[in-house]
Write a protein that binds this ligand. Structure first.
Ligand SMILES: Cc1ncc(COP(=O)(O)O)c(C=O)c1O
Length: 356
């Protein structure tokens, strides 16, 4: 006998990227930042008064979301803080998609989304991205016809790294009947020359939600801090109803605020990752891999023998991601690492190409 709800019993759980205990393993599989977080993070941790842990943290994380809102040029009411981007996604589903209602996904989607959708017991309507990894022109019509209450788009897209500009997002938000959630987990790696900034759009679009995280650009995946940004009327139910009462702990709030205040450091990290992204993409392309231009901290490398290469790299202590789905079967998703890690990857690929 099972005590689980029927939909929970039926669903499969999320498959995590491997986190090996051995520090010698080169981890290019979970899109973490290869560099350490800001020195301000260490200082904030050292200065943290442990005695204050007997008290609850600021419930709505006002000092933290105030800092973040100011940096984005929006009001504090436009921001809610969460226990990582993943919690932000779950909160968006719990708030905007009734059980049995439809969740729209541009496919391939972040692989956690169908899991969260199944846990919320909603229907999933997917729209396959076109050959350039962009949503087709009739995306809004298809999702409106399906009655999608919320549609999720990853931008820059994972796993391709392809970026949709603000005009595209604005047009899609206007055309959709439901909420458009743009998952900007990797936005900190976008080349600043593109002047890409979706935050001003939340003022014009009452149905647009943006997701941000400190896990990637700020090198704080272990801290678990993310945000939703949107019209105050979209944010209010998350802030006051569906969120756990103290969803971001006191240490995370203090450390995240310190990291945000040192955003110049994060910008430098992202610039280093971008430089390596360009170098690694060139190295992979010159070896015959097809690699779309990426604005994220990973590259999607197409090659006919992707699964075999992943296994071969693994044996050499290098982890990359392979998704066994029809669209991605012949691709490897490679996180951009530090220069020595990327060099080791390219050398291992050369070795594998030379071996029978
Ligand atoms: C597309 C996408 N969205 C959101 C997240 C959530 O990140 P976190 O929960 O670490 O903030 C990730 C993490 O890998 C991701 O790849």
């Amino acid at each position: 006998m099972s005590y689980e709800r029927e939909n929970i019993r039926r669903m499969a759980g999320y498959v995590y990227g491997e986190q090996p205990a051995d520090p010698a393993v080169i981890k290019l599989n979970t899109n973490e930042n290869p560099y350490p977080p800001s020195p301000a993070v260490r200082e904030a941790l050292a200065a943290f008064d442990v005695d204050t842990l007997r008290r609850y943290p600021p419930a709505t994380a006002d000092p933290l979301r105030g800092e973040f809102a100011e940096q984005l040029g929006v009001e504090m009411d436009n921001v809610v803080a969460a226990n990582g981007g993943d919690e932000a996604l779950r909160l968006a589903l719990a708030t905007f998609v009734d059980p049995g209602a439809t969740l729209g996904l541009a496919e391939p989607a972040y692989s956690l989304m169908p899991v969260l959708g199944a846990a919320q017991d909603c229907r999933m309507r997917t729209v396959p991205l076109d050959a350039d990894w962009k949503p087709p022109t009739d995306t809004a019509k298809r999702l409106n016809d399906a009655g999608a209450k919320l549609t999720c788009l990853v931008n820059p897209h994972a796993p391709s790294g392809v970026l949709l500009d603000a005009d595209f997002v604005s047009t899609l938000a206007s055309a959709l009947d439901g909420v458009l959630l743009v998952d900007e987990a990797y936005v900190d790696f976008v080349n600043p020359n593109r002047r890409h900034n979706l935050a001003p759009l939340v003022v014009a679009h009452p149905n647009l939600l943006l997701l941000r995280t400190l896990s990637k650009g700020y090198a704080l995946a272990g801290l678990r801090v993310g945000f939703l940004i949107g019209d105050a009327a979209l944010i209010a139910p998350v802030l006051t109803k569906t969120r756990d009462s103290y969803n971001v702990d006191a240490i995370a709030q203090a450390v995240a605020a310190a990291a945000l205040r040192d955003r110049r450091y994060a910008a430098e990290l992202c610039a280093r990752v971008r430089a390596e992204r360009g170098r690694l993409a060139a190295n992979l392309r010159s070896r015959g891999f097809a690699v779309p231009d990426s604005e994220a901290n990973f590259l999607l490398a197409r090659t006919p023998n992707a699964a075999t290469l992943q296994t071969g790299l693994r044996k050499r202590g290098i982890l990359v991601r392979h998704f066994d789905t029809p669209r991605l079967r012949d691709c490897l998703r490679v996180t951009v690492g530090a220069p020595n890690e990327n060099n080791a990857l390219v050398a291992a690929l050369d070795e594998l190409a030379a071996s029978p």
